[in-house]
Design a protein around this ligand. Structure first.
Ligand SMILES: NC(=O)c1ccc[n+]([C@@H]2O[C@H](COP(=O)([O-])OP(=O)(O)OC[C@H]3O[C@@H](n4cnc5c(N)ncnc54)[C@H](OP(=O)(O)O)[C@@H]3O)[C@@H](O)[C@H]2O)c1
Length: 264
């Protein structure tokens, strides 16, 4: 069995990769930071005796998503986890257009591209799992974090629609969306703002996600508090949710952005 995980150099993606290795899966791990991927490879090969292949790609570039698919086309991948992603924090009129378009390229276009390519392959075999890492943010609008929230809405709605198409055709292929609240990763440093709450660990989020994915759950929400938030987003009036989300985002402390992240 082979699991392909994007964003495996850090956070949720890394923890998912370790989680699959622990379950005996060989890995294909993808991110820009080669050294991080090599460290992960060494760790899981030694601990779990699985095979790991590393692919360094900037997934904001569609041609690199296509190249990745081509590079792994000879192996039968069983699981694809689209975890690569990041956020751009700040008021919409102040945030960098360049950063946001790159975010849209990674959070939306790369997820869209890899989902389509692997779905087509999985449908031919009537087998395979695709897990898209969205966010609880995708169920609401997010003042001061607007384009990130909107990008995750795209991922959730795309995933739900494909899930229904697969259900109607009685396919054995699975697709689902992982929708965590705050998780302790490098996400804050890259977005440039600290969460108001501590959040759960990446391992907790990943372990929960893997179990629920194999149960066939379409929307996976780790953590009791985040499940409550999902219920509130469903039933509270729009203006109440907007005001509450805006207040939460405004309470976040701005921090220095980690711009060196890809030069490691
Ligand atoms: N942390 C949270 O609270 C939280 C909550 C809900 C959802 N999420 C979602 O969870 C996913 C993982 O985030 P995380 O929290 O684990 O953050 P993280 O620790 O910053 O990890 C992000 C991963 O995405 C990869 N990545 C970013 N841009 C990329 C690019 N252009 N090409 C290839 N890979 C790229 C990074 O690898 P390189 O830098 O090495 O390329 C890294 O491995 C994201 O989609 C995020 O939106 C996070």
């Amino acid at each position: 069995m082979i699991a392909l995980v994007t964003g495996a150099s850090s956070g949720i993606g890394r923890a998912m990769a370790v989680g699959f290795a622990k379950r005996g899966f060989n890995l294909i791990v993808v991110a820009r930071r080669r050294q991080r991927l090599l460290e992960l490879k060494e760790e899981v090969q030694e601990k779990y005796g699985v095979k790991v292949r590393c692919f360094c790609h900037d997934l904001s570039r569609t041609e690199e998503c296509l190249r990745l698919f081509e590079e792994v086309s000879r192996v039968n991948v069983d699981v694809v986890v689209n975890s690569a992603g990041f956020g751009v924090f700040g008021k919409f009129h102040e945030t960098s257009l360049e950063d946001e378009l790159k975010m849209i390229d990674v959070n939306i276009k790369a997820v869209h591209t890899l989902t389509k390519l692997f779905l087509q392959k999985f449908r031919e075999r009537n087998k395979g799992f695709i897990l898209n890492v969205a966010s609880i943010a995708g169920f609401m609008a997010g003042p001061e974090f607007s384009s990130y929230y909107a990008s995750k809405s795209y991922v959730i709605n795309l995933t739900k629609a494909i899930h229904e198409e697969l259900r109607v055709e009685k396919s054995n292929v699975y697709i689902g969306a992982l929708c965590p609240g705050p998780v302790r990763t490098e996400f804050n440093e890259i977005a440039g703002a600290q969460f108001a709450t501590a959040g759960i660990s990446d391992v907790e989020a990943a372990e929960y996600a893997i179990e629920k994915m194999f149960d066939g759950q379409m929307i996976i929400i780790p953590g009791a508090g985040t499940k409550l938030l999902r219920a509130a987003a469903k039933y509270a009036p729009d203006n109440v949710m907007l005001a509450a989300t805006g207040a939460v985002q405004r309470s976040r402390k701005k921090i220095e952005k980690d711009t060196d992240v890809i030069s490691e």
